[in-house]
Design a protein around this ligand. Structure first.
Ligand code: AMP
Ligand code: GLY
Length: 428
């Protein structure tokens, strides 16, 4: 098979690493890719992930049997729709189905229509209406920009004054078009987790859970980020909770999307809160999480390619449920100093390419080669150090041991990835 993979982050490096291991694959091209992905795929650095014309032309030219879309920005511009029109199978939903992620107002309305558990909410375009609504909600106030804001369009405000200031900022265009509407939500207390399901338009197969660390600094402090580390399996996902999520959230979502004429094909990422009243949806994403994908790919025992093809073709039922290794995986994100506000660009990284042994993989996210061929930072999140272990503790120790031999003064990382799982163990 010829496969085109779209994206350039750590998620796509992990996907490329896994896809390249498939005996079904003859040629793998990644657009635009990154220096780490270059080990597994031919790169097309000239193509942007939002260049739906260019990517569709490339898929045609290379006679792609499958296109795998990593990031939401490519889904939002309708890459999957363009490929469908060209008759090319795509792992990733249409722009209309991707609204589960690209419009929080759509997602909340959908959840309400199909009675899927989530926080109570309202959607507002006018400041005066939003201000009035704050009188009805109780603190802390959860304020969200409607559209894509790279994980940074959410504010949790302790009091009404702060909430109003956030609403003003969002409606004032802090997130461009994304903030033209704001969503105000009830605050949900509980532990968060990310659960993934492969979907073929009518069916869904669970694809494992993970826990992310959204805050920049140790102790879950500092600004929200795209994710500073992840681990899987996450103890928050007890078998009972997973069963409830499948029954009350995943299946009704896939069925509802099909009934509304926007069948969901690809991977559904449910960001969940385990509340006292059961699991509730915090948000949906229409793609793999980053860095959650990295830990899932490390743990996946089966070949990924047949599952992606089945999602694209609509025949997931012919495959058995995917198998995962019983081992745990921990991923620690190395970010450039200054991330998430103003990451330092261009610092030299040494030692990332060495052989870390059979349990460790270092995936590249924002990296590039400079004129001398040296690896340098070229983004906020730069490297993902992932390790497998017999349990979370061993996986975590191996990841931090590997980090010691990466020489990168321009970077930082959290030292407490997987703390929740380790604390639970200690409490047992
Ligand atoms: P989102 O982009 O919607 O995932 O929100 C980012 C983060 O804000 C989530 O991962 C949660 O930690 C937090 N959050 C969002 N909505 C709520 C809510 N209704 N209650 C509590 N926390 C929330
Ligand atoms: N790690 C969270 C996300 O990919 O949105």
């Amino acid at each position: 098979m010829n496969i085109l993979l779209v994206g350039s982050g750590g998620r796509e490096h992990a996907l490329a690493w896994k896809i390249a291991q498939s005996p079904l694959v003859r040629r793998l091209v990644c657009a635009p890719g990154n220096p780490g992905i270059a080990k597994h795929a031919e790169l097309r650095p000239d193509l942007k992930v939002t260049d739906a014309d260019g990517l569709t032309a490339l898929a045609r030219e290379m006679k792609a049997d499958l296109v795998v879309v990593g990031p939401e920005s490519a889904l939002e511009v309708g890459l999957a729709d363009r490929l469908a029109a060209a008759g090319i199978p795509c792992f990733g939903p249409s722009a209309r189905a991707a609204r589960l992620e690209t419009s929080k107002a759509f997602a909340k309305g959908f959840l309400e229509r199909w009675e899927i558990p989530t926080a109570g909410f309202g959607v507002y375009e006018k400041l005066s209406e939003a201000r009035d609504a704050l009188k009805v909600f109780k603190p802390p106030y959860v304020i969200k920009a409607d559209g894509l804001a790279a994980g940074k369009g959410v504010a949790i405000s302790p009091d009404r004054k702060d909430a109003e200031a956030e609403i003003v900022r969002m409606l004032d265009g802090r997130f461009g078009k994304a903030g033209a509407r704001v969503v105000i939500e009830e605050f949900m207390a509980g532990e968060e987790g990310s659960l993934f399901a492969l979907c073929d338009g009518t069916r869904a197969v669970l694809f494992g859970g993970a826990q992310d660390h959204k805050r920049a600094f140790d102790g879950d402090l500092g600004p929200n980020t795209g994710g500073m580390g992840a681990y899987s399996p996450a103890p928050v996902f007890t078998p009972e909770l997973v069963e409830e999520v499948e029954r009350r959230i995943v299946r009704p979502t896939v069925a509802g999307m099909a009934r509304e004429g926007t069948p969901f094909r690809g991977v559904l990422f449910a960001g969940l809160m385990a509340t006292d009243e059961g699991p509730k949806v915090v948000e949906f994403n229409a793609r793999f999480g980053d860095p959650e994908c990295q830990v899932l790919m490390m743990r996946l025992a089966d070949d990924l390619v047949p599952y992606m093809v089945a999602c694209a073709r609509g025949d997931l039922s012919r495959l058995p449920p995917p198998e995962f290794r019983p081992q745990a995986c921990v991923c620690v994100v190395l970010a450039a100093q200054g991330y998430p506000d103003s990451p330092l660009e261009g610092s030299i990284i040494r030692g990332a390419g060495r052989d870390f042994g059979p349990h460790v993989q270092v995936f590249h996210a924002g990296t590039r080669r400079d004129e001398k061929g040296l690896l340098v930072a070229a983004g906020g999140r730069v490297l993902n150090v992932c390790a497998l272990g017999d349990d979370v503790r061993q996986a975590r120790d191996r990841a931090y041991e590997a980090i010691k031999s990466i020489d990168w003064p321009g970077g930082f990382h959290r030292a407490d990835i997987a703390w929740r799982a380790l604390e639970r163990d200690a409490g047992d």
